[in-house]
Design a protein around this ligand. Structure first.
Ligand SMILES: Cc1cc2nc3c(=O)[nH]c(=O)nc-3n(C[C@H](O)[C@H](O)[C@H](O)COP(=O)(O)OP(=O)(O)OC[C@H]3O[C@@H](n4cnc5c(N)ncnc54)[C@H](O)[C@@H]3O)c2cc1C
Length: 736
């Protein structure tokens, strides 16, 4: 838990080979009083050295990937998944297209390079090697489309680029094509603009590769630059035209356009120019590393080995910058071991004038690559020893998982003597998602308050969630949000840090308020040990008789849940760096889906009762409805939608939210066969949801139409999870 704000902001833009080292070291030795933010355009990053091996089937795809969601969680770093689009060097801010800028005291730019495509005309025949994260998926899709389109013709694949990357891909591709195409024949072409093939490699290595290509019947076009890829053809500057089905583009590295927008000095190819310290020659606290940087007066090639070597210099120099000490210089090695995967369990090794091909160079490469990735795929947080010793119980869940248990609240309310009030139309005598008051002579207003300990490291996203979560109570009553008052706790820190944190939180909230047609009208902010954010909100209720309340269930209504369950489990897993990137991505999409559109369906489809599923879990919130309506419900466990990853995280790691035990008080109201308790969805009924979905009581005749409309609104899966029944004699919730 962050009890005070750190003084310094270190930001890594792109988490490639060099910046990844800083993230790893941060976990082991976090600098005092500094916060690390990683900005990436993908939640996973790829180790290119293993890409050819993955193509050849030597490794599964996951082996070449670093899960940034888990790495950042393990290191206590913030992860921002967004596209940066500029820098304000004076104000030290990194700008984005679709979210507010973030501050930095030290920035390291490592967004790599991209294959040159200058002057190239192309269409969808082209499959570029970057972004590498999606390369295999795009390639497979293209190969399968080709096969379907022309089942009687060999699949013709060209690789353009005769550097090490292009050669390895060409050699490793056949095994992958065999896997995708089965017996279907394929033909390979390699086009390289330079001559000889393997320019820069030793003549012996070049000969070896030429022989390997010939053995695999790969045709080679040398010294011809491709100028057009389209309509099933590649055309070169020499006028050669070849028929192809797809073209893999792996040409030499050029600077990504973003580097040119940063306002920093560049070399003649657009890469950021640095001193040997890796710091920009502009003498600002910005480093440029890996392929993105060029050290002045140095001829270093753009290769992963240099990017990796730079890691420890960058780490040292970031710390020295924070301590205002002199920086260390990095001097690239003249020669380095080159290992090219030949795609059949052999490799060719080249070092200091010698070249040898065979099995042992492959084994050496395999060992180097595996060791490298082992270091980056260790996602255990540093405190793991403490966690294993039982400290987990002290890590209270954030979001709606940080709520006080429902039974505590109801006992307190029972002890209070709350007076009635003539202007309160819906209050605690009939507790609902929100209260409705009617000021003298005025229209009915719906009011609610909701706040939580920020569940995400990214304050902008936490702000969005807080706004959605607060407004959800209003949507559940069928009201239209008008205004919000912020309730925020900010840890102690320097005014600049406090300002920035509050700005990020409120910017996110405001973006959501704008979308729902409401605005911020005030609030109260205090200092405290834990960051919290939430809102008291006001909404126009319109006709009170039309308010959707928990008390309006009718036997026979079908219960439709608009979002899958399990956010409490996943957020608890994330606190222990156990939530994989893909599951986190789906969780974020789900939580950031506003309930406004789903709730609005109540107007069209005669839905009179609904609630939003939040901290007390599905069972707790359903029970509130059943009590208020004097009904029962029959739930179908098999129909219960769960977020991806929830089941495996619960079974593998036994993780649940800290609020789940309190929520299980609702089990007393549940009738279920003993054997059904082992169903994976059963414990999730008590999982607290942060920005959970709506539970709609839909008249049977409208269910299909409601489901169809929900499917049109978003890709988040909704489901019919049961039905409302007459009040049973014993437990109100019966689970089948
Ligand atoms: C198939 C292939 C095989 C290779 N094999 C080898 C090898 O065996 N040995 C070797 O030395 N070199 C190899 N290379 C070259 C090597 O990949 C690069 O030199 C190396 O990746 C450079 O590392 P980097 O950290 O600069 O960039 P990268 O590893 O490319 O990392 C940059 C990261 O920044 C992210 N990013 C990009 N744009 C943005 C943005 N706008 N905002 C946020 N994040 C962004 C990317 O998603 C990526 O994760 C190979 C290249 C290829 C294509």
């Amino acid at each position: 838990m962050q009890t005070s704000l750190p003084k310094h902001d270190v930001v890594l833009l792109g988490v490639g080979h060099t910046n990844a080292h800083v993230l790893r070291m941060w976990k082991m030795q976090p600098p005092a009083d500094a916060q690390l933010t990683c900005v990436s355009n993908f939640p996973r990053v790829t180790y290119s050295g293993m890409m050819p091996g993955v193509l050849a089937g030597d490794y599964p795809v996951e082996r070449m990937q670093i899960d940034l969601v888990r790495s950042c969680a393990a290191a206590g770093a913030r992860l921002i998944l967004a596209e940066a689009n500029g820098l304000d060097l004076k104000a030290r801010k990194l700008h984005f297209a679709d979210r507010p800028p973030i501050d930095f005291d030290v920035l390291s730019v490592g967004i790599g390079s991209m294959p040159t495509m200058a002057g190239l005309e192309f269409d969808q025949t082209l499959v570029t090697i970057k972004p590498m994260q999606t390369f295999l998926t795009r390639l497979e899709q293209r190969v399968r489309e080709t096969r379907q389109r022309d089942p009687d013709r060999p699949c013709r694949v060209a690789v353009v680029g005769g550097g090490v990357a292009g050669l390895e891909i060409t050699l490793c591709l056949p095994r992958r094509l065999r896997q995708w195409l089965g017996d279907h024949p394929f033909e390979q072409l390699l086009v390289t603009g330079t001559r000889p093939l393997g320019n820069g490699l030793l003549a012996k290595t070049q000969r070896c590769i030429r022989n390997e290509l010939a053995e695999r019947q790969v045709r080679v076009l040398e010294g011809e630059r491709v100028v057009r890829v389209g309509a099933g053809q590649v055309e070169t500057n020499a006028g050669t035209v070849e028929d192809v089905d797809l073209v893999i583009w792996a040409t030499s590295a050029v600077a990504p356009p973003l580097l040119g927008k940063l306002g920093l000095p560049t070399d003649d190819k657009g890469f950021l120019l640095t001193r040997p310290t890796l710091q920009s020659v502009a003498d600002v606290p910005v480093f440029a590393v890996g392929d993105s940087g060029t050290i002045e007066n140095s001829e270093t090639a753009k290769a992963g080995v240099f990017a990796v070597r730079q890691g420890r210099f960058l780490w040292e120099n970031i710390q020295r910058t924070l301590r205002q000490e002199r920086l260390q210089e990095y001097h690239p090695q003249r020669d380095f071991l080159k290992l090219l995967n030949l795609g059949d369990g052999r490799a060719v090794a080249e070092y200091k004038g010698g070249s040898v091909a065979g099995r042992w160079p492959w084994l050496l490469k395999d060992q180097i690559d595996r060791r490298f990735m082992d270091k980056y795929q260790d996602y255990s947080p540093m405190e793991m020893a403490a966690v294993e010793a039982g400290a987990t119980s002290q890590m209270r869940c954030a979001g709606c998982g940080g709520k006080v248990g429902g039974s505590v609240l109801s006992r307190v309310l029972a002890r209070l003597d709350i007076p009635d009030h003539e202007h309160v139309l819906l209050g605690l005598d009939q507790p609902d998602d929100a209260a409705i008051v009617q000021p003298p002579g005025g229209r009915p207003l719906t009011v609610t308050a909701d706040f939580f300990a920020a569940p995400l490291d990214d304050p902008y996203l936490s702000g969005r969630l807080a706004a959605l979560n607060s407004a959800s109570d209003l949507f559940a009553c069928g009201a239209k949000p008008l205004a919000a008052l912020a309730l925020a706790t900010i840890p102690v820190g320097k005014p600049r840090q406090q300002e920035e944190l509050l700005y990020q939180l409120l910017s996110g909230s405001l973006d959501e308020f704008r979308r729902m047609g409401a605005t911020l009208i005030g609030g109260h902010t205090i200092e405290g040990p834990q960051q919290t954010i939430g809102f008291a909100m006001l909404a126009d209720q319109g006709d009170v008789a039309e308010a959707r309340t928990k008390a309006k269930l009718t036997a026979g209504d079908q219960l439709v849940l608009t979002k899958p369950l399990g956010s409490g489990v996943l957020l608890a897993a994330q606190m222990q760096a156990l939530c994989p990137a893909e599951d986190m991505t789906v969780l974020l999409e789900t939580m950031l889906l506003s309930n406004e559109a789903a709730a609005a369906l109540s107007n069209e489809f005669a839905i009179r009762a609904m609630t939003d599923v939040t901290g007390f879990g599905l069972a707790g919130h359903l029970l509130e409805m059943l009590k208020a309506s004097d009904c029962g419900a029959r739930l179908q466990l098999d129909a219960m939608p769960l977020l991806p990853g929830v089941e495996s995280i619960m079974t593998t790691h036994g993780i649940e939210s800290t609020l789940a035990p309190a929520n299980r008080a609702a089990e007393g109201a549940v009738r279920i066969a003993e054997a059904r308790r082992a169903h994976p969805a059963y414990p999730v009924l008590f999982d607290p949801q942060t920005s959970g979905g709506m539970l709609l009581a839909v008249p049977g005749q409208h269910v299909d139409a409601v489901l169809a409309r929900l499917a049109d609104q978003s890709a988040v899966p909704a489901a019919v999870i049961g039905e409302v029944t007459a009040r049973p004699e014993f437990e109100p919730i019966v689970i089948a």
